[in-house]
Design a protein around this ligand. Structure first.
Ligand code: MSP
Length: 509
């Protein structure tokens, strides 16, 4: 039995408008989940929204409505965006749901009773828009080091989690589990951070200043710090305290996908919180790079934000997904360049893939009465192409498992180009002219079967376009889809359908 696969995205601030950064992580999680399902693994893909905190409270006040009503009205932007981008999550968690609030309360209560939490005094520089305290040395010219805006000096009583206790444990755990924090550059960053003494974590905010949060069960004058609340979403949705059997089965196989800017919260706060709560660790925390524009991080304040839905509108959702997956080496930053998107679209999708389908359907129409032909004897070329195809599924799934999605796609697209090369060399149109129809049948069958196989491997990235391709080939994809990963699956005799190009070239007009 394959182990289960549990993948999470960060839960997004419900106030934000979905942008390229959100779309990237979410599409990546979707693609990994779809490959895992293809592999036959039990798969659970979670995304959601982070709905407590100052920003939501402020935005609601400005609109003159309750924070919950504000969250209810804005969460749909994310839900609609994911639906539009063909994201098939299994669960969407909102931190304002009772199922989540119960788990946060239970964990707080338990940690309080076991002395993991104490009342102390907090003094620091607070950035209101970022909802974060900074120390004196963090500040850049007296301003927030993250957003550059002015900070306020605040002294108050607060509750603290004894995080400092677990510094040595965490260093040892990270060192002994090389897969825990990936890629290596991020692991080293965390280990570097842990060379400084680790303080305790302030996990409360006075309700007088911030009321929109989960009240501490042992002191209702305080609400839970948003990050302490938000991180717990991952165990809530996996069934912690509601379905212990499922939780035990899934949790050790968790992959948290995050952006590199939220590394400390996920790689330091979260593991120590789990450890203090007596819970096992997730398998991997993977921090991907940023999409940048000419070297600068996309952000609202810089005015260089790419709106994913606008681009998907122009190029089609699947092509947009393909570009994001093909052009980012996981872990590194990638420059978002629309000219590159266009180039990928035209060469990989329109020319290599779309055109191949078009040619095969046309030739099947012309030479084989529009039906998939029955092959005669395989020649050297057919044997070579089928040998190239047979290990492709295992190779692709292995690359995806190693989180090298761009390489996996590169490998499949190489085979698509090889099918084109095979057609050029075997030239079925010449064979037809010479009246060698058995040869035509063998060539078309082989090329169609090879294309069908590559299409199953591209389906996690291009789900809607590949379903369309199957229709054109008259192929009814089996359930489970993995049965379509074998060679020799397509049935001779089925009618093919002609239609408009899969990836039209005049879309930018
Ligand atoms: N609510 C927190 C996460 C809590 S998880 C327990 C949060 N939300 S967020 O809405 O700001 O989403 C942040 C996610 O989007 C991060 O993973 C971040 O790295 C990602 N991105 C934001 N801008 C990005 C790019 N320009 N490129 C790639 N991803 C980036 O943080």
């Amino acid at each position: 039995m394959e182990s289960p696969f549990y993948v999470t995205t960060p839960i997004y601030y419900v106030n934000d408008e979905p942008h390229l950064g959100h779309a990237y992580t979410t599409i990546l999680a979707d693609v990994l989940a779809r490959y895992a399902r293809l592999r036959g693994q039990e798969t659970f893909f979670l995304t959601g929204t982070d709905e407590h905190g100052q920003k939501v409270q402020q935005a609601a006040e400005e609109r003159g409505i309750s924070p919950q009503a504000h969250a209810d009205a804005t969460v749909v932007r994310f839900q609609n965006a994911w639906e539009h981008l063909h994201v098939a999550y299994d669960d969407f968690i909102r931190t304002t749901q009772p199922r989540h609030i119960h788990v946060v309360e239970a964990i707080l209560e338990d940690m309080w009773h076991r002395g993991e939490i104490y009342l102390g005094e907090y003094e620091g520089w607070y950035c209101v828009p970022d909802e974060r305290f900074w120390t004196e040395k963090d500040l850049v010219e007296g301003n927030c080091p993250d957003c550059g805006r002015p900070v306020e000096r605040i002294v108050e009583h607060n509750y603290f989690f004894r995080m400092s206790r677990y510094q040595n444990w965490l260093i040892a755990y990270i060192t002994e589990h090389p897969d825990f924090i990936q890629p290596e550059v991020r692991r080293n960053e965390v280990l570097g951070f842990l060379r400084q003494p680790l303080g305790d974590l302030c996990i409360s905010r006075p309700a007088s200043r911030l009321s929109w949060g989960i009240p501490l069960p042992f002191d209702p004058d305080y609400v839970t710090y948003v990050w302490f609340d938000a991180l717990i979403n991952y165990v809530t949705a996996a069934g912690y305290r509601s379905d212990p059997v499922r939780f035990e089965r899934l949790w050790p196989h968790t992959l948290h996908l995050i952006g590199k800017d939220i590394l400390t919260t996920h790689a330091v706060y979260w593991p120590t919180m789990l450890y203090a709560a007596g819970l096992p660790m997730p398998k991997t925390i993977f921090a991907h790079g940023w999409w940048v524009m000419r070297g600068a991080k996309m952000s609202k304040s810089r005015g260089n934000v790419v709106k994913p839905l606008d681009l998907a509108e122009v190029y089609g959702v699947d092509a947009f997904r393909y570009f994001l997956m093909r052009d980012m080496v996981l872990g590194r930053d990638a420059d978002f360049d629309e000219a590159r998107l266009l180039q990928r679209y035209q060469s990989d999708l329109a020319d290599d893939l779309g055109n191949l389908l078009h040619r095969l359907v046309n030739m099947t129409g012309r030479y084989c009465e529009g039906r998939i032909p029955t092959p005669a004897e395989f020649g050297v070329e057919e044997v070579a192409l089928s040998r190239r195809c047979q290990p492709l599924a295992a190779e692709t799934l292995r690359r995806v498992e190693a989180l090298a999605v761009n390489e996996a796609l590169g490998g499949v697209m190489d085979v698509v180009r090889e099918i084109n090369g095979y057609l050029e060399r075997t030239a079925p149109w010449k064979e037809a002219k010479a009246g060698r129809m058995e040869r035509v049948a063998t060539i078309l069958y082989t090329a169609i079967e090879a294309l069908r196989l590559t299409s199953v491997l591209l389906h996690p990235v291009l789900p809607e376009r590949m379903a369309e391709l199957w229709q054109r080939l008259g192929w009814r994809a089996p359930d489970p889809l993995r049965d379509g990963l074998a060679w020799g699956v397509i049935e001779p005799g089925t009618a093919v359908l002609s239609g408009p190009p899969l990836f039209p070239k005049d879309m930018e007009a």
